[in-house]
Design a protein around this ligand. Structure first.
Ligand SMILES: Nc1ncnc2c1ncn2[C@@H]1O[C@H](COP(=O)(O)OP(=O)(O)OP(=O)(O)O)[C@@H](O)[C@H]1O
Length: 316
């Protein structure tokens, strides 16, 4: 479990992280999102006991990141954006070397290396030097390295940045596989669809402060309002009449050239009524569908705010 309580970091006069309170439960993956310079990496480095906080507290599985820093480092796995790997070492050899640095028993380390290399499809290339690996393979190796001591907490700092789509997919699938029942994972990323795909909860940080936290669906409802629906008529000539029919029941607008859009908290009552009226008016419906909510809309809404928005659903 990861716990941050009013965590803060100052570099000289500059406040990089302020009053950050966040919990990641065992078995949970939380995505920490925010613009460049928002304080994501600084937060991760404090939580991983690499950088001492200026204020507040953080605990990893109950151990304080300052008082028990050494123990905390043994409990976390950290994947950074540009992990340095020793290119002249073979994959298996590298894991043995790294495991020894972490004080792992050689036999256990070898077993765990084999299991992870097999899990990530790298067992066949275990004797190849890492410099011959593709970017996706290297990032998978970095993930295996972060996992070699089976840490209960994993920090993934922009794990797929600057990767081609196929390598990013491979790494994303690997992250999906790492979500053990008991592991807490904190992921920072600029890739919003990645966060949407992987995260149980989203935390958005801006100017060093968390401004929203919660499951995506919950934050969407809070910030983007009621679900939105769009209707397309089969014959373009019917559109003006269809808009008038819909507007008898709900405020609607035309979006793009052919979509009639409205929001409602009671779609199960309203939408059948709209369809009935359209049929009675002899208007053929091509489609009626719910507009998908995208994390990008939510993120831009929050991050683009000029004024500080109050913390939302701070179920830290
Ligand atoms: N060692 C340091 N000394 C001074 N300022 C620092 C230091 N490390 C980070 N900062 C500043 O703290 C702020 C937060 O940086 P941080 O790297 O945590 O942001 P980030 O959210 O990870 O950004 P990005 O998305 O660009 O990686 C930035 O303004 C950065 O310049």
């Amino acid at each position: 479990m990861i716990e941050a309580i009013q965590l803060g970091k100052q570099f000289g006069d500059f406040v990089a992280v302020r009053d950050l309170t966040l919990t990641v439960q065992p078995g949970e993956l939380v995505a920490l999102l925010g613009p460049n310079g928002a304080g994501k990496t600084t937060t991760v480095r404090m939580l991983a006991a690499i950088l001492p906080p200026s204020s507040g507290q953080a605990r990893i599985c109950g151990y304080d990141v300052v008082r028990d820093a050494q123990r905390v480092r043994g409990m976390v796995g950290l994947l950074t954006e540009y992990p340095g790997l020793y290119g002249r070492m073979a994959a298996l050899e590298y894991l043995a070397f790294f495991g020894a640095l972490l004080g792992l028993d050689a036999v256990q380390c070898r077993q765990r290396s084999e299991a992870l290399l097999r899990q990530f499809g790298l067992w066949e290339v275990r004797d190849r030097n890492l410099e011959s690996f593709s970017k996706g393979m290297r990032q998978k190796m970095a993930l295996i390295r972060a996992m070699i001591h089976d840490p209960p907490v994993l920090f993934l700092d922009e794990p797929t940045t600057a990767m081609d789509p196929q390598s990013a997919r491979t790494v994303r699938d690997a992250i999906g596989e790492l979500r053990g029942a008991k592991r807490s994972i904190l992921l920072t990323t600029h890739n919003l669809s990645e966060a949407e795909e992987l995260a149980d909860r989203i935390a958005i940080i801006r100017g060093g402060q968390i401004v929203a936290v919660g499951p995506f669906a919950e934050l969407s409802r809070q910030l983007l309002g009621d679900p939105a629906f769009e209707l397309i008529v089969a014959r373009p000539a019917d559109q003006a009449r269809a808009l008038a029919v819909v507007r008898e029941l709900v405020a609607a607008e035309v979006v793009g050239h052919d979509r009639i859009v409205w929001q409602t908290a009671e779609p199960h009552l309203l939408n059948p009524a709209i369809v009935n009226r359209l049929i009675t008016a002899g208007i053929a419906v091509y489609s009626l569908s719910e507009q998908p909510r995208r994390l990008e809309d939510l993120y831009l809404r929050i991050v683009a705010e000029d004024e500080a928005v109050p913390a939302l659903s701070a179920r830290g």
